[in-house]
Design a protein around this ligand. Sequence first.
Ligand SMILES: Nc1ncnc2c1ncn2[C@@H]1O[C@H](COP(=O)(O)OP(=O)(O)O)[C@@H](O)[C@H]1O
Ligand SMILES: [Mg+2]
Length: 296
Amino acid sequence: MDTGLPETEPDGGLGPDDREVPGTDPATSAALAADTAAALALLRDGELTVHGRLTDASNAVLYCTATLDGLTAPCVYKPVAGERPLWDFPDGTLAGREVAAYELAAATGWTLIPPTVLREGPHGPGMVQLWVEPDPDAPELLALQDPTGPDDGWLPIVRADVGGGRTALLVHRDDPGLRRLAVLDAVLNNADRKGGHWIPAADGRIYGIDHGVTFNAADKLRTLLWGWADTPLPPDALDVLHRLAADLDGPLAARLAPHLTPAELDALRARTGRLIATGRHPLPSADWPSIPWPPV
Ligand SMILES: Nc1ncnc2c1ncn2[C@@H]1O[C@H](COP(=O)(O)OP(=O)(O)O)[C@@H](O)[C@H]1O
Ligand SMILES: [Mg+2]
């Protein structure tokens, strides 16, 4: 099917470090970070200009700018027409799931997912999300360490075969921002939290991206963030979960309902309730691949 989407190869592709287009203006991004309503208005009502297509993506991910009232900011636009069909998610629903994930993250009060909206664009309806500029000086959050590890400040994910009969320990940092993302993923039932799906930004926060495969009614949590598995949830996480549970019986449910099935909403309430009841980070499932591979 010809969707009219720009080709990734050979000449339309953009690597993550290959953007010949307006980048992030620090003053504008600071202003938008401080004013979520303004960021959402810009994404929803701004004029979208497509500058190219991200090459490290499995769906069509277009690097764009949105302009409104003299303000311009970079964003990604993922048209529904560019979604790759999946066996375990209904066709054409990934963009809506990204918006639902943002709505839920926003309801936590933690800043974990960049502002995201559903709107019409040059290639039809799709999700539009504020671009987060990765901080090149941010410390690494993933590492391979000696199998006898982990080192102080790191938590184990899995033992990995690194060839030549040797193994190494894949670890992530014991970081409070990553831990919040792990709590969010348990609620979202995120099936794809690989290392490329979080971005350390210059403001010191870690933003999650790519939430198309979330909210399935079946347990599909697939993530690298297993370092806290089966440990008690921090008190602030429990507070947030209690608030979410109440909100899921009220206004939040109404905001999610256009994007999810009633069964998925019920499963979301059940997961939230289970996390509160156990008071612990979840364990990997025995009958579902719980670690994305390759991990980045
Ligand atoms: N909001 C964002 N800010 C910065 N980079 C992004 C953002 N969303 C996506 N990207 C970049 O685009 C790439 C592909 O996006 P992703 O959401 O992972 O697409 P896909 O659904 O095809 O896997 C990411 O690996 C990342 O480099
Ligand atoms: Mg991706």
